[in-house]
Design a binder for this molecule. Structure first.
Ligand code: PEP
Length: 250
């Protein structure tokens, strides 16, 4: 992992009100963590709290939106465009989260289009991929993850500003974390897929982070895996243990 800086993202999902948001940020601001040359920390509040969080958050942590529109803004009621995020100096966006793929029927092609458009506007992207339990049990985990990644690779040539989050759906919000061996296996296979289908350089440098029931008690062992370059954290990112997860970088 030497060449790849550890990355910890906190996905707050659709949670929080102003007072709680301020408390979470205050806790983050007090946390003792490695310097920003050792770990990238990015927290992702709901859209409406992005300006508040950005204004209060310590300068070594950054913010991400949880989604953005697939093309230039306009007559798309309820959507938020990549241009708006750029205007507000929001550097990162999470795209393709399984909750959006499954609950809002976002197809892999649509997610690929979003990733390409967001990158073209200068955003950095946390692109989520992952299989359902049914898909894992039928033995198609790599096929699914590769197909989701291919939909991005078909539309993107420069991977510099992409972090891939491998998030098995059965592990998200379930308390059923992948074992370090399970995570490492998929990360290594996905990296091999990237080597063959993008380039050896992309495969060696793209960060592949794990998400799904990561907490302060299981992050250290997962982080010790050679192809686990960090985490995308849901539930535990709202709690003080997020600091412990960041500290599994070292
Ligand atoms: C997520 O939402 O990306 C996630 C990994 O959630 P949790 O950590 O709660 O499983």
């Amino acid at each position: 992992r030497m060449a790849r800086k550890f990355f910890v993202g906190g996905n707050w999902k659709c949670n929080g009100r102003t007072e709680e948001v301020k408390k979470i940020v205050a806790t983050l601001n007090e946390g003792l963590v490695p310097a920003s040359d050792i770990v990238d920390v990015v927290v992702s509040p709901p859209f409406v709290f992005l300006p508040l969080v950005k204004s209060l958050l310590r300068s070594d942590f950054h913010v991400a939106a949880q989604n953005c529109w697939v093309k230039k803004g306009g007559a798309y009621t309820g959507e938020v465009s990549a241009e708006m995020l750029v205007d507000l100096e929001i550097p990162w966006v999470i795209l393709g989260h399984s909750e959006r793929r499954l609950l809002l029927n976002e197809s892999k092609e649509f997610v690929g289009d979003k990733v390409a458009y967001a990158l073209s506007k200068g955003l950095k992207v946390i692109a989520c991929v992952g299989e359902t339990l049914e898909q894992r049990e039928s033995g198609s985990t790599l096929d699914i993850v590769a197909a989701q990644t291919k939909a991005i690779a078909d539309r993107v040539s420069d991977w510099t500003n992409i972090v891939i989050a491998y998030e098995p759906v059965w592990a998200i919000g379930t308390g059923k974390v992948a074992t370090p061996v399970q995570a490492q296996e998929v990360h290594a296979e996905l990296r091999e897929w990237l080597k063959v289908n993008t380039s050896p350089e992309v495969a060696a440098t793209v960060r592949i982070i794990y998400g799904g029931s990561v907490n302060g008690a299981n992050s250290k062992e997962l982080a010790a895996q050679p192809d686990v370059d960090g985490f995308l954290v849901g539930g535990a990112s709202l709690k003080p243990e997020f600091i412990d997860i960041i500290n599994s970088a070292t």
